[in-house]
Design a binder for this molecule. Structure first.
Ligand SMILES: [Zn+2]
Ligand SMILES: [Zn+2]
Length: 380
């Protein structure tokens, strides 16, 4: 006699409450008598309801799992038991399965908020570092001046829909073995608005807005980076029916600089100097964002070392102050030597006792690694 409720819903005995609910919803949609009036299907629908009633209720499920029949104990109401009284606890689940949970009531508004818009703006490193003011052209929807956003031709106005009497929805009563079920759907004549616009505005075709090109002045704060978005509230599209405008986002794209590479708010560049300058020390002029400055190469500078110019980087977007400009030094060994240069160098090698250098060997690529590390940390 005992029905296998798990088999009815097609779930395993260890199915989670969520799996049970999902299986029920799927079957309910498939087998609902309104969808499928065939008597056999209706019988099957009753079965899945009974199964769900038991398996979705922890107490009844326990009784059932222990071999009892919770429905005959609880119901006691003869024939169609399992599906009387308590069975209607599932009613909201059934409605849920069909109509979704969010049922909105009443006519929907013709007025909606406009969409946000985004525009890409290219700036160079200087502008990013110090901030700037830019004029941009935007092409967005603005409110239609002819109808003031209402969508009706001048001198006319929207009229209450006679099909739904302004409610925006029409109801239908269906009889089923569950009793009378009232269902509502958006009014087909007014698309749920509750009103009809008999004479749409010729300028905007009833949309309440038109497209227009405007020029905006945007203040770019110092310290913006690639991908920074600046929000201009209410400068996006006006919504349908003259609804409030969305926001406009200006997304920053920084063009690459010919010398400086930006990492966060620090700038990096490489200077190549001759071996003699590295040994003797020198000052190399560099065009920084703040004008020409001398980079001080100290005597004995090694290839891969770096010289920081503090506070010559990009302004911190928050908190003020600026990053550093880090100059990485690359020492160039002279390639072609004429006779005189070679003689002098050999002389130097002799003086430094470097005619037969033994070299210093280290495991792996020590030299290269430490150079990369220095470059990355901006150490000098
Ligand atoms: Zn208009
Ligand atoms: Zn209507």
């Amino acid at each position: 006699m005992a029905t296998d409720y798990y088999a009815v819903l097609g779930v395993r005995r260890d199915a989670s409450p969520d799996e049970i609910k999902k299986a029920f919803r799927r079957l309910a949609r498939e087998l609902h008598p309104d969808v499928n009036p065939d008597p056999k299907t209706q019988e099957r629908f009753k079965e899945i309801n009974a199964a769900y009633e038991v398996l979705s209720d922890p107490q009844k499920k326990q009784v059932y799992d222990l071999g009892g029949d919770p429905l005959s104990q609880a119901g006691g109401g003869g024939g169609g038991a399992g599906f009387g009284g308590a069975g209607f606890g599932n009613f909201s689940d059934i409605m849920d399965a069909f109509f979704g949970t969010s049922q909105q009531r009443g006519p929907r508004s013709r007025t909606r908020r406009g969409q946000d818009a985004m525009i890409r703006l290219e700036i160079d490193l200087n502008e990013a570092a110090f901030g700037t003011t830019k004029e941009i052209q935007v092409d967005t929807a603005i409110i239609c001046a002819t109808c003031n956003g209402e969508g009706a031709a001048p001198g006319t106005s929207a009229q209450t829909c006679d099909m739904c009497r302004g409610r925006g929805e029409v109801s239908q009563v269906t009889r089923s073995f569950l009793g009378q079920v009232m269902t509502s759907r958006p009014c087909p004549q007014c698309q749920g608005f509750g009103t009809i616009v008999p004479n749409p505005c010729p300028e905007c075709a009833g949309d309440g807005r038109i497209r227009s090109r405007r020029t905006l002045t945007v203040k770019i704060p110092a310290g913006v980076d690639n991908g920074t978005r600046i929000q201009l509230a209410g400068e996006g599209e006006v919504g349908p029916g003259g609804g409030p405008a969305g926001d406009l986002y200006v997304e920053i794209h920084e063009t690459a600089h010919s010398v400086f590479q930006r990492r966060g708010d620090d700038l990096h560049c490489t200077v190549t100097i001759p071996m003699t300058a590295a040994a003797l020390g020198t000052k190399v002029p560099l065009d920084t964002l703040d004008g020409t400055e001398d980079v001080d190469i100290r005597p004995g500078t090694q290839s891969g070392q770096s010289v920081p110019l503090h506070g010559r980087g990009v302004t911190h977007l928050r908190g003020g102050g600026r990053g550093d400009l880090i100059v990485h030094v690359e020492v160039q060994t002279p390639g072609k030597l004429d006779a005189e240069q070679e003689r002098v160098l050999r002389e130097l090698a002799k003086l430094r006792n470097e005619e037969r250098p033994t070299g210093q060997f280290q495991p792996g690529q020590q030299g290269l690694f430490s150079r990369l590390k220095d470059a990355f940390n901006g150490r000098s």
